[in-house]
Design a protein around this ligand. Sequence first.
Ligand SMILES: Cc1cc2nc3c(=O)[nH]c(=O)nc-3n(C[C@H](O)[C@H](O)[C@H](O)COP(=O)(O)OP(=O)(O)OC[C@H]3O[C@@H](n4cnc5c(N)ncnc54)[C@H](O)[C@@H]3O)c2cc1C
Length: 387
Amino acid sequence: MSHDSDQTFPEIREAVRRLCARFPGAYWRALDRDREYPTAFVTALTEAGFLSVLIPETYGGSGLGLSAGAAVLEEIHRSGCNGGACHAQMYTMGTVLAHGSPAQKQGYLPKVASGELRLQAFGVTEPDAGTDTTRITTFARREGDHYVVSGKKLWISRAEHSDLMVLLCRTTARADAAKPSEGMSVLLVDMRQAVGNGLTIRPVRTMINHATTELFFEDLRVPVANLIGEEGQGFRYILSGMNAERILIAAECIGDARFFIDRASAYARDRSVFGRPIGQNQGVQFPIARAYVQMIAAELMVQKAAALFEAGLPCGTEANMAKLAASEASWYAADMCVQTHGGFGFAEEYDIERKFRETRLYQVAPISTNLILSHVATHVLDLPKSF
Ligand SMILES: Cc1cc2nc3c(=O)[nH]c(=O)nc-3n(C[C@H](O)[C@H](O)[C@H](O)COP(=O)(O)OP(=O)(O)OC[C@H]3O[C@@H](n4cnc5c(N)ncnc54)[C@H](O)[C@@H]3O)c2cc1C
């Protein structure tokens, strides 16, 4: 495809593409059918060092900026693979790196970089709080040198495939906190010790293979040594991680859009109906061209947000806008790709329907489109708040 020569990190992209070629559509289709975790793929990415690109060299990673992580995830998705099985490590690691103590960083990050420890679970969402995170009620009560955690979480992905979880919980009830956003804390939960000792994990089957779960905490004991940063300030720490998450997931959407555009263009050139390639009809080629324009525009927004993040500048609005633009570009491209393939768009063996289902997630998670629009309306355009 044209303009690819402008892309950043060409060597990383090429290496990721080579690795992904070992995990073709048949691999993902089999896992999708049985809702199984892509262990071999995640192991290969870990061994090749791609999941630790953002971890500083002192702790055994590559010490690159967020745009390198974005390039890795984009290529995974463009190749027809799915980074959802392991992308969380890139942004949860940032919470430990930015706010953890020297002992926590030294204790965990080298093992995360080497793959000895998997830091893949991020526990924020709760069934009764929804997007209004300040209403979470999972509570960590201090008892000597432990916190005792009770409550429940929903949609916590990869919990069964992670050794550690970054958990947001209340340490002061909302009503007793100075502000709703205060009184929340971040704990690093060791899943290996927790499961069966106060933590129960229940898988939730969804329309995509995402290893997502529901978590039940019943007096789970977590050492106070596993508190990240200051007690009560956890929401602030989580927000900075969420900007990274939105930018990285936007990059996955760009990868998905590229996958759909590549596939649709190839099919439209090859498939002949009425004695000519279907792509010769403008009714077929214009939607493909439009998908490309939308994808390139969204990609510029992702690059801008990543550059601000890397410079340590405020980037909440840009991260949100990048995620919105990229998730809409990938969804438009997905729909276009199904239409271009006609009946074959529905055939499992073409991988289009699987990717179509997978890319739909990103208009809901990690933050839904309406909430981004509300942020832009009230924070950028000074419109009155609705909530
Ligand atoms: C497959 C999957 C994996 C996930 N993985 C994780 C994970 O690993 N960790 C984690 O913590 N969470 C995870 N999530 C949760 C995800 O972040 C939330 O689903 C998402 O943020 C939306 O929250 P909600 O589902 O509670 O929707 P709700 O907050 O209940 O909202 C429902 C709908 O109403 C709209 N809405 C709500 N309030 C308003 C308003 N005031 N104005 C306009 N519209 C509004 C929303 O935009 C949305 O469309 C995952 C979700 C899914 C589906």
